[in-house]
Write a protein that binds this ligand. Structure first.
Ligand code: HEC
Ligand code: HEC
Length: 272
């Protein structure tokens, strides 16, 4: 064990040596004094069965040592071991970071089925308490993921509006379109905005841009709606929605885990 390489250990060892030397010196000095000298000083008034007490000042060495330990104690708390040096929590965090890195590289190119299986595990632990085991949102406690991400999900959004992802554009109002127009636009958006753009999309283009990409971050990039990328954006943002708050998962899930859970929840509405 190379415990001398740790400067805290070195310091402790140095301190122990100093204490040992001082103890031997001081003890020797007083033992000699007790043998040869008589005590001096002013006697205190009270005595116990004839045994009195001298009112001597604190020995300077003792007082300085006491002061020294207070200063050392402060240094130790502020700049020394607890905040600056090795800690078990630090070691734990380092190990977690290392494993996360290994995890990320191991699954960097995972296929659809693997991501889905992994995502189901993440989902059941992290998401099902609010969205339900089946993803149905438990009677409106959270978003119903069996439709979210599909054309029906876009339709829901158009009907109810959307808020809480924290985009500069703010809130999307409810009921911008209805009936066939809403359906047509919903299918176009859920289909990845491919093919001919319905004229009614002009209602959306004002905020999301003609290409749906969100005008440089002003509103969400809905050209990726229904893809794991969009889920990842949602998870990084968190959502203070109409029915409650979902915290941001940024840093709590790794990018691969977000992609996996995205793949899984989209399989609920896309059926694959
Ligand atoms: C007034 C600006 C504005 C208009 C117009 C607008 N949106 Fe939005 N849209 C937003 C904003 C802002 C958000 C992010 C809302 C949030 O924070 O949840 C959003 C979010 C969305 C989402 C993502 C919802 C989700 O579940 O995360 C979809 C899909 C969407 N809009 C589609 C449309 C469609 C389709 C139209 C046209 C009918 C449209 N938007 C018109 C501003 C707008
Ligand atoms: C604390 C409860 C809670 C947890 C945990 C939670 N969510 Fe949510 N989620 C919500 C709420 C509330 C909404 C917003 C619903 C609304 O406004 O209609 C939401 C919305 C969503 C949406 C729709 C976002 C949008 O823009 O419309 C998706 C996708 C989603 N959650 C996925 C997940 C995933 C994946 C997980 C697990 C990694 C998760 N959620 C964990 C409560 C939660």
């Amino acid at each position: 064990m190379n415990w001398l390489s740790d400067n805290v250990n070195q310091l402790a060892l140095l301190g122990a040596a100093v204490i040992l030397i001082l103890t031997i010196y001081v003890a020797g000095k007083y033992i000699r004094q007790m043998k040869t000298e008589k005590s001096t000083g002013v006697l205190a008034e009270e005595n116990w069965d004839g045994i009195g007490e001298y009112k001597n000042e604190l020995p300077a060495g003792w007082a300085y040592t006491f002061l020294g330990t207070i200063i050392w104690g402060m240094w130790y708390m502020i700049a020394g071991y607890p905040v600056d040096g090795y800690s078990q929590i630090g070691e734990y965090n380092d190990e977690v970071a290392q494993h996360t890195k290994m995890f990320e590289s191991k699954w960097a190119n995972a296929d659809h089925e693997t991501l889905k299986a992994m995502g189901e595990g993440v989902y059941l632990v992290q998401c099902s308490p609010c969205h339900g085991i089946a993803g149905d949102g438990m009677d409106g406690k959270a978003a119903d993921l069996t439709v979210w991400g599909s054309a029906d999900g876009v339709l829901e959004t158009i009907k109810k509006g959307s808020k809480g992802l924290g985009f500069p554009m703010g809130e999307m109002p409810a009921g911008l379109l209805s009936g066939d127009a809403a359906k047509k636009v919903a299918e176009y958006v859920a289909g990845g905005m491919k093919g001919e753009q319905p004229a009614e999309f002009a209602t959306c283009a004002g905020c999301h841009g003609p290409d749906g990409k969100g005008m440089g971050g002003m509103a969400p990039d809905i050209s990726t709606y229904g893809s794991p990328d969009f889920v990842q954006m949602v998870l990084d943002h968190g959502k203070k929605g109409f029915i409650g708050t979902m915290v941001s998962f940024k840093g709590r899930l790794t990018p691969i885990q977000e992609k996996a859970v995205g793949t899984y929840i989209l399989s609920l509405s896309h059926g694959e």
